[in-house]
Ligand binder design. Structure first.
Ligand code: PHE
Length: 367
């Protein structure tokens, strides 16, 4: 038995002085492995008398469990030490400037979103939001497009079944435009209204200038005595600020939207050549947005008395604005998540668009 006591002291010293996890594992094998010290002693039990066998067997089992406990304690001590050493060695200085080649970029749509909101924000508009999944009332009916109205066919709608109803009129849609936010804002019953509503919109369409998911920004102003002159002035100021030009030719063409009357489309002057599109000069015209005076039926649907209040509304495609302003030829590339594309067309993220600091002075492709 004395034998076992000194063996125990020896083995525990070995275990407790192991310098790292690897060394500890070698020690464990040398003690408990197939040819380990304790295993070898266990093998001798068969040659002993019954009494000796019981005594030594018991002693060895106790020794074995003591060694196992020491091994596991030492293992966690060593692991903690190794982790601490690793963490200390891997320390990074977060105040170091990022390497330019590793810096992330803002997607052009995010950039355009910031720019447009900065401009309208300065004019006194606030930002309103609505859900991507809409009911037909907000997306169509309240916007003067009752069921079976031919105007619904202007928009290639994605419908979503309503789990609680088999009636097609109860099915939902992914909103085909941001105009339902007009109704949701009117329903809040806070007048006057001066909002822009940017967000995602969906139509079944796919080519170089159309993707099934795209982005619009809606504008809505409602107050007493609002006229088309307010609409024109507001949009003219917007378009100059957006394209960062002092002068820009614009024209309004009569158009049709069920939710505005009269309705118009705004064109801006440009020069189109085979290789270039120059905005703000030339004899060509480019359609840029849809707008009009809010239809009395829409005001009524939103709970507003059209004899007392009037308003104007407009809607424009953010993706299209991004393509025009930053010369990006194919809309589909916007949503391919290609980092090389983002590096080329993206914007420095910490340099936010603002009316005082500049709208697009941080652009990759813009510079
Ligand atoms: N909702 C229209 C569209 O998606 C745009 C629009 C909005 C037109 C507001 C007039 C007024 O085409």
């Amino acid at each position: 038995m004395e034998n076992l006591e000194s063996l125990k002291a020896e083995l525990l010293t070995q275990v407790n002085t192991a310098n790292n996890v690897k060394e500890l594992e070698d020690i464990r094998v040398a003690i408990l492995g197939k040819k380990g010290r304790i295993t070898e002693l266990m093998k001798t039990l068969g040659t002993l008398s019954q009494e000796e066998k019981i005594a030594l067997g018991k002693g060895l089992n106790i020794l074995k469990s003591e060694v196992e406990k020491a091994l596991s304690d030492q293992k966690s001590t060593l692991e903690t030490k190794e982790l601490e050493a690793k963490l200390a060695a891997e320390k990074i200085d977060v105040t170091l400037p990022i390497r330019p080649e590793n810096q992330g970029r803002l997607h052009p749509i995010s950039q355009i979103y910031e720019e447009v909101v900065a401009i309208f924000g300065q004019m006194g508009f606030s930002v309103a939001e609505g859900p991507d999944i809409e009911d037909q009332f907000h997306n169509f009916n309240a916007l003067n497009m009752p069921a079976n109205h031919p105007a619904r066919q202007m928009q290639d709608t994605f419908y979503i079944p309503n789990p609680d109803s088999d009636d097609f009129d109860d099915s939902f849609v992914v909103r085909t435009h941001t105009s339902p936010v007009q109704i949701r804002t009117m329903e809040k019953k806070e007048l006057p209204i001066r909002i822009v509503a940017p967000g995602r919109t969906y139509r079944s369409d796919y080519d170089a200038t159309h993707t099934p998911m795209f982005h619009q920004i809606e504008g809505l102003v409602i107050d007493k005595n609002i006229t088309m002159a307010h609409l024109k002035g507001c949009l003219y100021d917007f378009i100059k600020a957006f394209f960062e030009l002092d002068e820009i030719p614009v024209r309004y063409r009569p158009s049709f939207f069920p939710f505005t009357e009269p309705s118009a489309e705004m064109d801006i002057g440009c020069l189109k050549t085979k290789t270039e599109l120059k905005i703000g000069a030339g004899t060509d015209w480019l359609e840029i947005l849809g707008c009009g005076m809010v239809h009395p039926n829409v005001l009524r649907a939103g709970g507003i008395n059209p004899d007392e209040y009037q308003g104007f509304a407009f809607g424009l495609g953010l993706d299209r604005l991004a393509m025009l302003k930053y010369g990006i030829p194919d809309l589909r590339t916007f949503f391919e998540s290609d980092v090389r594309w983002l590096k080329h067309y993206g914007f420095l993220p910490l340099d936010m668009a603002s009316m005082t600091g500049g709208l697009s002075n941080n652009g990759g492709a813009a510079r």
